[in-house]
Design a protein around this ligand. Structure first.
Ligand code: ZN
Length: 261
């Protein structure tokens, strides 16, 4: 079987920050979150490459995007630097079947908001509090091998209300030490593409070193690579039964109204 072709995209800004915060983040992710995840998620059935914002074509030229089965997206402070035409190309790839895994602050990325159609705002607080993650869809492939509940000792609080459409299936819920609940893992389908949003992953905590978090991401890659294209529907089907209602527009050629369909 051909390996799943995975591209891990990172805006790769915080890890290059000058100063104490940048130094701290580099102590957790020396070569960037993208490189760290590529190393930790490596498996025989995956062909993983990385891409970053400052690379030519923002790391995602046609030849890369068109040969990506699953795209992981980590962005935070540079959402506005992602060109709209790239967002349109990613949207088209998802609609035709590419998997998309949106990580942490990617909730506010152009591509996630475009695909979901809502503002995707949420509450947040950064005081290093504990996060407890719960599986709320046991048996779902995204939860395979993940304990029913586990904790992250330090996390950034993301809290409800989370402005996402209600067609998402909630897979994980989180509770934060300060009292807030959050839908921390939500699965969507757009066209033929599967999308998974997973919130744990703030850059100043070693969350992507946690084996449970890595298990969820590995599950998400294999789950989101899964769907196949739905069959194309006939745009103008012949009636299945005899239509006796007189067509009031019979004398007019209405075909030209539909010429772009
Ligand atoms: Zn964050």
């Amino acid at each position: 079987m051909n390996p799943i072709r995975v591209t891990i995209w990172n805006e790769f800004v915080h890890e290059r920050d000058v100063g104490a915060v940048g130094d701290f983040i580099r102590s957790i992710y020396p070569d960037g979150i993208h490189a760290h995840l590529a190393g930790r998620l490596d498996a025989p059935d995956l062909a993983i490459r990385t891409a970053t914002l400052d690379e030519p074509a923002n790391g995602l030229p046609e030849e890369v995007l068109n040969t990506t089965d699953v795209l992981l997206w980590w962005g935070h402070c540079a959402h506005d630097r992602v060109p709209d035409d790239l967002v349109t190309r990613i949207q088209a790839r998802v609609l035709s079947g590419m998997g998309l895994i949106v990580l942490h602050s990617g909730h506010f990325s152009k591509v996630f908001r475009r695909l979901l159609g809502t503002d995707c705002r949420l509450r947040w607080r950064e005081i290093g509090e504990k996060e407890r993650v719960w599986v709320v869809a046991p048996g779902h492939p995204l939860t395979a091998g993940v304990p029913e509940t586990f904790t992250l000792p330090h996390s950034e609080m993301y809290g409800e209300p989370f402005d996402i459409p209600d067609d998402g299936k909630v897979i994980f819920m989180s509770w934060f030490e300060g009292g807030n609940p959050f839908r921390s893992g939500v699965a969507f389908q757009r066209g033929a593409g599967r999308i998974f949003y997973f919130s744990p992953g703030h850059e100043t905590y070693p969350i992507y070193h946690d084996p449970n978090i890595l298990r969820v991401l590995a599950n998400a890659i294999r789950w989101s690579a899964g769907p196949t294209l739905p069959p194309r529907v006939t745009p103008q089907p012949e009636p299945l039964e005899k239509v006796s209602t007189p067509n009031p527009l019979a004398a007019i050629n209405t075909a030209e109204l539909h010429s772009t369909r």
